[in-house]
Design a protein around this ligand. Sequence first.
Ligand SMILES: Nc1ncnc2c1ncn2[C@@H]1O[C@H](COP(=O)(O)OP(=O)(O)O)[C@@H](O)[C@H]1O
Ligand SMILES: [Mg+2]
Length: 306
Amino acid sequence: MNSVYTTTITREARKRGIHIEVIDRRTPIFVLRHKGKSIRCYNALTDRVGAVTFQMTQNKRLANGFLKSCGFPVPAQQLFTDSATAGRFLKRYRRIVVKPCSQWGGRGVSVAVKTVAELAHAVRFARQFEEEIILEQYVEGVDYRLIFVDFKFVAAIRRRAARVEGNGRDSIRKLVQAKNRRERRVDPSHVIPLDAETDRNLKVLGLSQDTVPPAGQGVCVRLTTNYHTGGDVDVVTHSVSRKLVALARRAVKVLGVPVMGIDFLVDEATGRPWLIELSPDLAISPPEGEEVARHFMDFLFPETKR
Ligand SMILES: Nc1ncnc2c1ncn2[C@@H]1O[C@H](COP(=O)(O)OP(=O)(O)O)[C@@H](O)[C@H]1O
Ligand SMILES: [Mg+2]
């Protein structure tokens, strides 16, 4: 109940005189009550979303299939069954992403897998988190999350993969450790993992943990853009492409989830969007969180709107 994903919401509720009843301290389940009305929440996920709809949107395989059938631009995807079939998928798309079906925060995700050996390793990595694994066509682009509350567009963030800046003296390992020490004081979940996937990503970029980048040079060290793998977030609500907003709005309507994050990778040169993930249990957190939490409370308790 003390994580930022919960407190961003409960702080806004308190400001409006909405009572918070904690159901479980370790899991962020609570009830918001105001003048005889009550809504059960799991952070930003509420009983306003149907259980079946939640399953369908939260599971990356089901979401991709449904979105594809509705004509949305999604990367090609295949459920991992055996290495021979997976090898054929890799051969067809040349670079692929391997991920567990229903995790979050970049857990177990391997990006730009190019060889059969990397594929076997990526499947083992994903399996640490879940039995069901998907293979996905790798698509290039800038990562945007568009956030909707009450089916209305309220915020957009751009997410960038974890980076460090060279000083001409320290290795990437040292630069990452120093950045992690600083970040840990602010948010322990915002650190760059120094694991096998980071090593593989560095190798893709022709680097290693021992490389000493020149002073002033920014180096991308992880291919996933998740905040939980050390990525950085900028709020771009007012500058994001209106075409992208319209596409996301259509997805929110079709899916029937009033509060949701829609994640895209957008090709910078062509503007071509790929819809890669739906977040019906969207994390309301800084930097855009306060604004989103206000809309969230307006949606749940319109009578408290200021
Ligand atoms: N098909 C893809 N092509 C390129 N990069 C991808 C693809 N799918 C995911 N990624 C990268 O991996 C990250 C994590 O994958 P995602 O499907 O969003 O899982 P999670 O639920 O863990 O966030 C994305 O934010 C993106 O940076
Ligand atoms: Mg994601």
